[in-house]
Design a protein around this ligand. Structure first.
Ligand code: PEP
Ligand code: MG
Length: 325
C-alpha cells in the first residue's frame, strides 16, 4: 500500500478524458504540511488559522501569525496556499473572551463578523498574511461572508493595512488574490454580485448544509437531517458553480463533502474542477478522479439533479461509484 501511495503521489489528479482537477489539502496546523507533500497535494486549499487562538491563552502576536504562515508557505515551495482569516466563535471557541454567551452562537457573533468587530485583531492577521506572501503563492480568504457590505469592509481593511505596511517600508505583497467562502445561502443568492468583487470562491459545505437546512452541524439529535446530498444543497452548489464558471471566477469545494468518493463524482459532473480535502483523503479522491470521465460524471449529475432526497442521491451515487471505480 505504501508503494502505491508513493506512485499515486506523483501522478496528476486527471480524469480518464484528460481534465486536470486541482486536488488540494485542508490543514489546521503547520506540521500537517508534511502529510500534504507526502500525498502530492497541489496546494493548501484551506488553511484554518483558528489554532493560533485555540491553542493558547494569550492573543497571538503578528509574529506568531507570520511564523506559522511562513512555515507552511515555505514548505509548499510555490504551490498555492489559501489562508483563511479567523473563523472563531460557535463551534470554535478559544480561551480568549472575544464573545459574550449567546443564545444562538451559530447565528451570532462568529467568524468574519467577529473579525470585523475586533478590527485590531483582524488587521494584525492581515498584516501577517501579506508579509508571509513574499515567500510563495499566498491567497487570502474570508469565511462566512453573508453580505456584500461585509466583503467590502474586509477588503477596505486590507487596503488600510497595505497603506500602513507601505508607509513602514515593510516587505510584503499587495496584489494577492482575495476570495471568500460560500457557506451561507444568502451568498449563493447574490453569487453573481459577489463574483464581481472577489478573485475566487470556495464552497464550504459544512456550514452551507447547516444554514440551508436549518440543522445545527454539531447537534446529534438532528444529525440525520444534516446531509450534503440534500437536493436543496445541491441546487445551491450547482448555482454557485454555474455562475463561477460563466464569470471565470475560480471555484473550489473545501467542505467535507469533497472527501467523499461518491459525492466527488457528482461535484465533477456539476463542473467543479478544484477540491480541497483532509491530507489523508488525497489518495482515495485522486484515485476516483483518475478512474472516471467528465462525460460519465455529467450524466450522473444530470440524473442526480432530478432526485428528491439525500438518501436517493447517495444510493444512486454509491451504485455508480461501484461501477466506475
Ligand atoms: C465549511 O464550512 O465547509 C468549512 C470548510 O469550514 P469549517 O468546517 O472550518 O467551518
Ligand atoms: Mg465553515
Amino acid at each position: 500500500l505504501t508503494l502505491r501511495l508513493a506512485e499515486l503521489r506523483d501522478l496528476p489528479a486527471e480524469t480518464v478524458d484528460g481534465h486536470r482537477v486541482t486536488l488540494s489539502a485542508n490543514i489546521e496546523f503547520p506540521h500537517e504540511v508534511d502529510a500534504c507533500l507526502q500525498r502530492g497535494a497541489d496546494g493548501i486549499g484551506l488553511y484554518r488559522t483558528e489554532f493560533l487562538y485555540l491553542s493558547s491563552d494569550e492573543e497571538p502576536s503578528e509574529e506568531d501569525h507570520y511564523q506559522a504562515y511562513t512555515e507552511v508557505v515555505g514548505a509548499m515551495q510555490g504551490r498555492p496556499v489559501v489562508i483563511r482569516t479567523l473563523d472563531l466563535g460557535a463551534d470554535k471557541m478559544g480561551h480568549t473572551s472575544l464573545t459574550e454567551p449567546e443564545n444562538n452562537p451559530f447565528l451570532g457573533l462568529r467568524s468574519i463578523r467577529l473579525s470585523l468587530k475586533n478590527q485590531d485583531l483582524f488587521r494584525t492577521q492581515i498584516r501577517a498574511v501579506l508579509r508571509a506572501a513574499v515567500h510563495g503563492d499566498v491567497r487570502m480568504m474570508f469565511p462566512l461572508i453573508s453580505t456584500l457590505q461585509e466583503l467590502r469592509t474586509a477588503r477596505m481593511l486590507v487596503n488600510i493595512v497595505i497603506d500602513d505596511l507601505r508607509e513602514e517600508g515593510a516587505e510584503f505583497r499587495s496584489d494577492i488574490p482575495i476570495g471568500m467562502m460560500v457557506e451561507v445561502p444568502a451568498a449563493v443568492i447574490m453569487i453573481d454580485r459577489f463574483a464581481e468583487e472577489v478573485d475566487f470562491f470556495s464552497i464550504g459545505t459544512n456550514d452551507l448544509v447547516q444554514y440551508t437546512l436549518a440543522v445545527d452541524r454539531s447537534n446529534e439529535s438532528v444529525a440525520e437531517l444534516y446531509q450534503s446530498s440534500d437536493p436543496a444543497v445541491l441546487r445551491l452548489i450547482q448555482q454557485t458553480v454555474d455562475v463561477s464558471n460563466k464569470t471565470n471566477t475560480p471555484v473550489g469545494i473545501c467542505g467535507e463533502m469533497s472527501s467523499n468518493p461518491a459525492r466527488v463524482l457528482l461535484l465533477l459532473g456539476l463542473g467543479v474542477r478544484s477540491v480541497s480535502v483532509p491530507p489523508l483523503a488525497i489518495p482515495r479522491i485522486k484515485k476516483v478522479i483518475r478512474s472516471v470521465t467528465i462525460a460519465d460524471c455529467e450524466e450522473i449529475a444530470c440524473r442526480v439533479m432530478q432526485l428528491e432526497s439525500a438518501r436517493e442521491v447517495d444510493l444512486y451515487l454509491l451504485d455508480r461509484l461501484g461501477d466506475l471505480v
